[in-house]
Write a protein that binds this ligand. Structure first.
Ligand SMILES: [Ca+2]
Ligand SMILES: [Ca+2]
Ligand SMILES: [Ca+2]
Length: 374
């Protein structure tokens, strides 16, 4: 009989201790996830034109050439480039155009049309450039830049005379890239450099304007800012990260995520080091500039600091990021530690503890009586 009672007493003691241990912060309810509206530029594709004008005279028969920067910004990594040049010159076969991107990759778009290769003999195409008839260079154009001015007389103007105004790049043996697509994938932001080089003495000219048409795409930049707050108002997301409350009070934690990157997150996992996993692979679309929040209510009987980690990602991809924050609840100790104070309206969760302790006491008394009877 003694043994059986001992087991009962041990179980009861365990229940009392366990109940007290989990009562430091009783999770009552996890609120619904709410989306915060907002918008910011996403990392999609976009294009823009960048023009320089009155570029200057091309030094005659000088390999240094006339060079000028073209500032490009706001497009991310390059996905497309084309170039339009408005020039004046009396012998196009003297001229080469070279384009260099911000990371120093270069493309000879045109290299002395009609002169075979660098250092080749002859004088090339004798036609003229006129700024009123600009020429376009782009990958996929119907005619090679090496054919620019081919067949024209020495006084005819390229594009005006034959209607051939579009050319694909042809470095004709010059070092570097072979087409505009060679720039793709590299950062477009920064100074590109355009150079016009005159490779033979005699005829001269200038560059009126150059336009770069650039398309780009921002690389994915997953980024979030996580804020954890706590307060006592059940109807709003608190603005404070620390709160002091009476023993046994209900508090309301608010977990907020702000999307500060350029991707749209689709799923979320939120783990609180004290309250456990609050959201697990939760589906919610949160775009750039938008956000999400939810609240969790908990009844407090001890001071505690919670640390949250919010992980957001795009399902099916490797795009993921995480952020964290903490919040503190300071619990004022009860003014009277006797059992009689546990019955207050704010302390309803402590009633089971009092009941357990009372039961344990009664059981003890019962055991003592049985021992005396034995
Ligand atoms: Ca050539
Ligand atoms: Ca000429
Ligand atoms: Ca010349």
């Amino acid at each position: 009989m003694k043994k059986r009672f001992l087991v009962v007493a041990l179980v009861m003691a365990f229940v009392v201790v366990f109940t007290a241990a989990v009562m430091a912060q009783q999770t009552i309810r996890i609120g619904e996830v709410q989306i915060i509206a907002g918008s910011a530029p996403a990392g999609g594709g976009q294009c823009a034109a960048f023009t320089i004008t009155n570029v200057g005279a091309i030094p005659d028969n000088n390999p240094a050439g006339l060079c000028a920067p073209i500032a490009v910004s706001g497009l991310g990594n390059t996905t497309y480039v084309s170039m339009t040049v408005a020039a004046n010159h009396s012998w196009v076969g003297d001229i080469s155009f070279r384009l260099t991107n911000p990371s120093a990759s270069q493309l000879f778009v045109m290299s002395r049309p009609g002169v075979a290769g660098p250092g080749g003999g002859g004088f090339g195409s004798s036609g003229d450039f006129n700024q009123n008839f600009p020429v376009d260079f782009w990958d996929g154009a119907p005619v090679s830049a090496e054919q620019l001015g081919a067949g024209l007389s020495g006084t005819q103007v390229v594009c005006q005379a034959n209607g051939i105004c579009d050319f694909f790049p042809d470095p004709d043996g010059q070092p570097g890239l072979t087409n505009f697509a060679g720039f793709n994938g590299a950062a477009s932001t920064g100074n590109w450099q355009f150079c016009a080089i005159d490779g033979a003495g005699g005829d001269t000219g200038n560059i009126a304007s150059v336009t770069l048409n650039v398309c780009g795409e921002e690389p994915p930049n997953p980024s979030i800012v996580v804020t954890k707050t706590v307060g006592t108002d059940p109807t709003s997301c608190a603005t404070t990260s620390s709160v002091t409350v009476p023993f046994g009070s209900m508090v309301y934690y608010c977990y907020t995520m702000s999307n500060t990157g350029n991707v749209t997150f689709t799923h979320h996992t939120v783990v609180d080091d004290q309250l456990g996993t609050l959201l697990n692979n939760f589906p919610a679309s949160v775009g750039p500039g938008a956000g999400a929040f939810f609240t969790v209510s908990a009844q407090m009987d001890a001071t505690v600091t919670n640390v949250v980690t919010w992980t957001a990602w795009i399902t099916g991809t490797s795009v993921t990021t995480a952020g964290g924050d903490n919040a503190q609840v300071i619990v004022e100790p009860p003014t009277d530690v006797s059992l009689t104070t546990f019955g207050g309206s704010n302390n309803s969760l402590l009633i089971p503890v009092a009941a357990m302790i009372t039961l344990l006491g009664l059981a003890g008394l019962y055991a003592i009586r049985r021992r005396q009877e034995a």
